[in-house]
Design a protein around this ligand. Structure first.
Ligand code: SAM
Length: 403
C-alpha cells in the first residue's frame, strides 16, 4: 500500500487539522485512525476479527477461551464467598462473542452463579453495542447490561470481575525517540505538493508524558518507544470502579525493563492489514489496525496507587496450564472416549497455549481489591512472584483497604 491510497475523508480531516494548527501528536493521529466516530478503523461497519479480518485474538480461536475464562470467573465467585449480585464487567467486547461463550457456559455449568450474575459490557461504540445486543439479547436479555464508560458503574455496589482481552494494546499511544541525551516526541506532519504525511520530531507535548519518560529513563541513541498513558489511567479508573473483586487484563506486553530494553530499538508499534505487517502507518488510514505492546509494570503501579493489590503476572501458556486443569478434569473423568466437541476444544487450547505464538506473546495481569485470597485462582497457580516479575518496588505501597 502507498500513500496514494490516503485520499480519504479521514486523511483529509487530519491534513486540514495540521494545516490549521501545525503537526499533531502521534497519539491524536492514532486516536482518529482507530476511533474517529465515522471513519476510524473500529467504527467501520462489520469490523471483523479472525480469518476475515486483519488479526486473530484468543476470542477468535474458538469458544474454549470464553469457557475456560468462565470457569475462572466461577472460581473467583466461590473464593469471594458466593456473593449476591456478582458482576462480570468486560471492556473491549467487540462483537460480543466472548460474553456469549461465558454466559452460555455459566448457564449450563453453574445455575447458582448464573442466578446472581449481571454481565456488564462497557462499550462506547454504538455499532459494536448493536452487534452485541443482536447476539446476546435472545438468550441473555435479563443478564446483560451496557454502559458507555467505566465511570458509569455503580461503584458502591460493584462486586465481581473486570476483564479485558487486547483492550490496552488498542489504546492510542505517544511515540518517542531518544536522541542527543533526551527524549523527543514524534509528531505527524505534511509536506510537498501532495501534502504527504510524515513523522517529525519535537519537544514533549504534555507533562504526564515527560514524567513517565523520567521513570523509563535514558536509553541508547536513536532508541524508539511508545508510551501508553491511557492504559496507565485505565488502571486507576478500574481501581476506583471496583468495590471488591478481581481485575484481569490480558494483552501483548511485558515488564517495563523488558519492553524498553535495547533489544527493541524500534519500539513495538505495529500496523496490520489482512494479517500482514504494514510498515507505513499513513497507508490506508482508517483501514489498518494499529497496536503496540503494553508496559504492564506501569499499569500495575497505577493500579497499586489506586488501591489494588497485584496477585498475578504470567504468560497465557502458564495461565492456561493452571486454568485448564479445573476446566477439563470434569469433562475427561469418567468418560471413556473424547467427544468431537472435546476434541475441538483441545485443538483450540493448543493454539491458545502454543509457546511460539499466543502462549508466550500474551500476558495476564491480575489485581484484586479487598480479596487477597483470589491469589488462589487456578489460573494463577503456575505464576512466579508477580511483583518481582514486573520489577515493582519492594515493599508494596500501604493501601487503606477500609472495611
Ligand atoms: C483488538 S480488539 C479486541 C477485541 C476482543 N476483546 C477480542 O479479544 O477479540 C480491541 C477492542 O477494544 C475496543 N476498545 C478500545 N477502546 C475502548 C474503550 N475505551 N472502551 C471499550 N472498548 C474499547 C475496540 O473497539 C475493539 O473492539
Amino acid at each position: 500500500m502507498s500513500q496514494a491510497e490516503t485520499k480519504t475523508e479521514l486523511a483529509d480531516l487530519i491534513r486540514e487539522r495540521i494545516r490549521r494548527n501545525g503537526p499533531v501528536t502521534f497519539r491524536w493521529f492514532m486516536e482518529q485512525a482507530l476511533y474517529h466516530p465515522e471513519w476510524g478503523y473500529y467504527s467501520r461497519p462489520n469490523q471483523k476479527i479472525g480469518r476475515e479480518g486483519d488479526f486473530y485474538t484468543s476470542v477468535s480461536v474458538g469458544p474454549v477461551w470464553g469457557r475456560i475464562m468462565a470457569s475462572q470467573f466461577l472460581a473467583a465467585w466461590k473464593i469471594m464467598g458466593r456473593p449476591h449480585a456478582f458482576a462480570i464487567v468486560e471492556q473491549g467486547a467487540h462483537d460480543g462473542r466472548f460474553a456469549y461463550d461465558v454466559l452460555s457456559w455459566l448457564s449450563r455449568n453453574s445455575p447458582e452463579l448464573f442466578e446472581e450474575l449481571v454481565y456488564v459490557i462497557v462499550e462506547p461504540n454504538k455499532n459494536f453495542e448493536a452487534e452485541q445486543r443482536v447476539l446476546l439479547t435472545q438468550n441473555f436479555k435479563e443478564k446483560t447490561k451496557w454502559l458507555k464508560g467505566l465511570m458509569d458503574l455503580d461503584t458502591s455496589a460493584f462486586l465481581g470481575v473486570i476483564f479485558c482481552n487486547e483492550l490496552l494494546d488498542a489504546f492510542p499511544v505517544h511515540r518517542v525517540v531518544f536522541q542527543r541525551g533526551k527524549w523527543w516526541e514524534l509528531f505527524v506532519d505534511i509536506s510537498g505538493p501532495e501534502d504527504q504525511f510524515h513523522l517529525s520530531l519535537g519537544d514533549l507535548s504534555i507533562d504526564s508524558l515527560r514524567r513517565q519518560l523520567e521513570i523509563i529513563g535514558p536509553r541508547e541513541e536513536n532508541q524508539m518507544a511508545e508510551v501508553n498513558l491511557k492504559a496507565i489511567n485505565w488502571a486507576s479508573d478500574v481501581s476506583s470502579a471496583l468495590r471488591a473483586g478481581l481485575v484481569l487484563a490480558v494483552d501483548y506486553g511485558m515488564s517495563r525493563t523488558e519492553l524498553y530494553s535495547s533489544a527493541r530499538p524500534h519500539g513495538t508499534f505495529r500496523c496490520y492489514h489482512k494479517h500482514r505487517l504494514v510498515d507505513d502507518p499513513f497507508a490506508a488510514i482508517g483501514a489498518t489496525d494499529m497496536t503496540c505492546h503494553v508496559d504492564f509494570t506501569s499499569v500495575a503501579e497505577s493500579g497499586e496507587r489506586g488501591g489494588l493489590q497485584v496477585i498475578g503476572f504470567l504468560d497465557q501458556h502458564h495461565f492456561l496450564v493452571g486454568a485448564s486443569q479445573t476446566y477439563f478434569s470434569p469433562l475427561i473423568e469418567g468418560s471413556g472416549k473424547m467427544s468431537p466437541d472435546l476434541q475441538a476444544e483441545l485443538r483450540q487450547l493448543q493454539a491458545l497455549m502454543h509457546p511460539s505464538t499466543m502462549g508466550m506473546a500474551f500476558h495476564f495481569l491480575a489485581m484484586v481489591k479487598h480479596v487477597p485470597e483470589l491469589k488462589n485462582l487456578p489460573g494463577l497457580s503456575f505464576g512466579d512472584d508477580p511483583r518481582k516479575a514486573l520489577g515493582l518496588c519492594q515493599p508494596p505501597p500501604v493501601n487503606d483497604y477500609g472495611s
